[in-house]
Design a protein around this ligand. Structure first.
Ligand code: ADP
Ligand code: MG
Length: 688
């Protein structure tokens, strides 16, 4: 028996384990017994006991053992959601949040958004009066700390997939450790798929500072409990290639085909890196299917990546029809966050897309990079869920043993930290370098971030948030550069336009993917193209979409992604509300594009680049770091090559490409951020 903050009493009865099958009384025996067959079920009593008696419980268990879907339900059954309190479970990935929330709602036989709900950025499917179990991204929970620093409505917070070590997870762990000191009744569960429990446990045990008077007389034990859930994984046979492969997409396809040809029934899960190579592999498989009846009648090939529309996600989870073999071609997302039933064969390319940041050049890139041994083992493990399986690694054994690093680098140590710093500042964490991190970020990256925020006018000379700009920017759930652009649009009288641009920039692409229709797509873009570049083009597109009555046929005709445009409308509406709350006057500049461009520059001056004087191949150099960059072929300014541009982001393939590019007048740069362009290595590049 414990007392909670309001002096109420929480009852906990460890022997109640049979309560979990209460749903069977309502005729859902099949789901109830399914739940009892999961490996975590045997640990139900132990988990509830540990959570009651320890401030922090670390639970390690392999993917599919039931951590995410079951533990929140056990907690609810044991009364942790009574009295209006809420059980939170965080995930690093949006898609996983939606998927597990709907699974749990189904298991509990309730409507999603009532007792069980979820929140991701720009989408809140909860009912504050009813929601007891809430799934959310760790980023969303961080934002909630801004409004409610002690997260008082939560009784238990389960930080799931902690092994992924996303930036938000790391910040969250640091903050939760602080919150726990003020709220001894708060319980944390850190769950993960790989054994890394020791370092987590050390982190929660040791205090960086001496315990101050704010420390309570503590009822639960501070030393974290560690529980390892024995899985029931079957043996997985590992096959390596003999020679290194040069094209992993082709190698994937031929491996899938030979499994299909030679191996008994069982689904195949393929790990590639992103939507582009997944689409390429699907295309190749479709060509093979065209030529062979055995393939076309036997294989169901499905993609899986985060931006996949809901209906296509559901296909991946639906049971494979008899006599067929499902091939799911996925990004890293199927490595641990999602469970697919029926997988017997895994094909592992050995790569994933990872963010890397170079604080010297100030360039952040999503690049295809080798995975770690820990990831490779996770991927292989996916093959042994239903019966003994096989994993085909498209790299040599020698490479696995000698070259692969044992664990991945936490995202915190390979990312730009601008958003991270502004969030911590908004939470009142002033000494960021001294913050109690699970893994310290590189000081150079920190300094870079502070410098950019200072130039944006978000931080002052003492590295405190400025008023009002800094506080307002922190309120907007977007990159601070976008936030600054929105705030500047207020003075420039073009907030309506800038909010549209911000909404479009926050989704991947509004165009349909160009495979096979490149020419038509380019022609469609030309219909909207503005000489000033992509940002202004977006305004034309949005106007056209509204004039069409938000018609899906119109989108189809113009090679635009209708789902994406609907999302833009939704995000825009959210941003409008945020803007109003911040006191921004919603106003249209009525075609005064100069104002729009100046507002974009006010946010993105740090991404300025200039065409090299004698460049015949469209080479630009960034003003800040003198890096070689090129305009991305998807931009309306591709091959136009204006002298001065700013870009929204970089993608690197064979080269660094600037995506979403706009022309500027260089004098706007010094106007927008005098400090930023002062101490450059190149002497005053703006003068010539
Ligand atoms: P963990 O978090 O330990 O990886 P989960 O709780 O996500 O495990 O999954 C436990 C089990 O629940 C899976 O093995 C699977 O049988 C089932 N399950 C989870 N999500 C779904 C879903 N969306 N559809 C059908 N079954 C699911
Ligand atoms: Mg899980």
């Amino acid at each position: 028996i414990l007392e909670d903050e309001e002096g109420g009493v929480v009852f906990f009865a460890p022997s109640l384990s049979s309560a979990s099958s209460s749903s069977s009384r309502f005729g859902y025996a099949s789901i109830g017994s399914q739940r009892q067959r999961l490996p975590v079920y045997k640990y139900r009593t132990a988990i509830l006991y540990l959570v009651e008696t320890h401030a922090t419980t670390i639970i390690v268990g392999e993917t599919g053992s039931g951590k995410t879907t079951q533990i929140p339900q056990y907690l609810k059954e044991a009364g942790w959601a009574d009295g209006g309190r809420v059980i939170a479970c965080t995930q690093p990935r949006r898609l996983a949040v939606q998927s597990v929330a709907s699974r749990v709602a189904e298991e509990m036989d309730v409507k999603l958004g009532e007792e069980v709900g979820y929140t991701i950025r720009f989408e809140d499917v909860t009912n504050p009066a009813a929601t007891m179990i809430k799934f959310l991204t760790d980023g969303v929970l961080l934002r909630e700390i801004m409004d409610d620093p002690l997260l008082t409505k939560y009784s238990v917070i389960m930080v799931d997939e902690a092994h992924e070590r996303s930036i938000s997870t790391d910040i969250l762990l640091g903050l939760l450790k602080k919150i726990q000191r003020r709220r001894p009744e708060l319980r944390l569960i850190i769950s993960s798929a790989t054994i890394e429990a020791k370092s987590m446990s050390d982190f929660f045990q040791t205090s960086k500072k001496h315990r101050g008077p704010e420390d309570h007389e503590f009822v639960p034990r501070k030393v974290p409990a560690v529980l390892s859930v024995e899985g029931r994984g079957f043996n997985v046979q590992i096959h390596y290639v003999v020679e290194p492969v040069s094209d992993y997409v082709r190698a994937t396809v031929s491996t899938v085909l030979s499994i299909h040809d030679q191996e008994p029934a069982g689904d195949i899960l393929v790990f590639l890196t992103g939507q582009d190579d997944i689409d390429a592999a699907i295309q190749l498989l479709a060509e093979e299917a065209h030529a062979s009846r055995k393939i076309s009648s036997g294989l169901i090939v499905l993609p899986l990546y985060s931006s996949l529309p809901r209906a296509e996600q559901d296909l991946v989870f639906s049971p494979t029809p008899r006599g067929k073999r499902k091939v799911v071609i996925s990004t890293n997302i199927a490595e641990t966050s999602l469970t697919l039933e029926g997988v017997v064969y895994v094909v592992d390319s050995g790569f994933s897309k990872q963010q890397f940041y170079n604080p010297i050049s100030d360039i952040e890139n999503l690049v295809v990079a080798p995975i770690s041994k820990a990831s490779a083992r996770q991927r292989a493990g996916r093959a042994g869920r239903v019966r003994p399986g096989k994993c085909y690694r498209l790299y040599t054994e020698e490479y696995f043993v000698n070259e692969m690093s044992s664990v991945g680098i936490p995202e915190m140590q390979r990312s730009k930290l601008v958003s991270c710093v502004i969030q911590l500042k908004a939470l009142g964490i002033d000494n960021i370098l001294g913050f109690d991190w699970p893994a310290s970020p590189p000081p150079e990256a920190m300094i870079r971030a502070l410098e950019v925020l200072y130039s944006l006018g978000v931080l002052d000379d003492d590295a405190k948030l400025t008023s009002p700009v800094g506080f307002q920017a922190a309120e907007i759930p977007l990159d601070p550069m976008i936030s600054k652009m929105i705030l500047s649009s207020n003075q420039l009288g073009c907030s309506e336009e800038i909010i549209t641009i911000a909404a479009i920039l926050s989704i991947q692409s509004i165009w349909v993917s160009g495979k096979g229709v490149q020419k038509e797509l380019d022609e469609a873009k030309l219909r909207f193209a503005a000489a000033e570049g992509d940002h202004v083009t977006f305004l034309n597109v949005y106007k056209g979409f509204l004039q069409s009555g938000k018609s899906s046929q119109w989108c189809h005709k113009n090679y635009m992604n209708y789902q994406a445009m609907k999302k833009v409308i939704e995000i825009r509406e959210q941003l409008r509300r945020t803007a109003l709350r911040l006191g921004i006057v919603l106003r249209s500049c009525e075609g005064d594009i100069l104002a729009v461009r100046k507002a974009v520059t006010a946010g993105f001056f740090a991404n300025a680049s200039r065409l090299e004087a004698f460049s015949h191949n469209g080479m630009y150099k960034t003003i800040r770091g003198s890096q070689e960059v090129y305009i991305h072929p998807s931009s309306v300014l591709f091959r136009v090559n204006p002298k001065w541009v700013i870009y929204h982001s970089l993608v690197s393939t064979d080269r660094q490409y600037m995506r979403n590019v706009m022309t500027i007048d260089p004098s706007w740069l010094t106007e927008a951020a005098p400090h930023f362009f002062q101490n450059l290595r190149r002497p005053d590049p703006i003068a010539h």
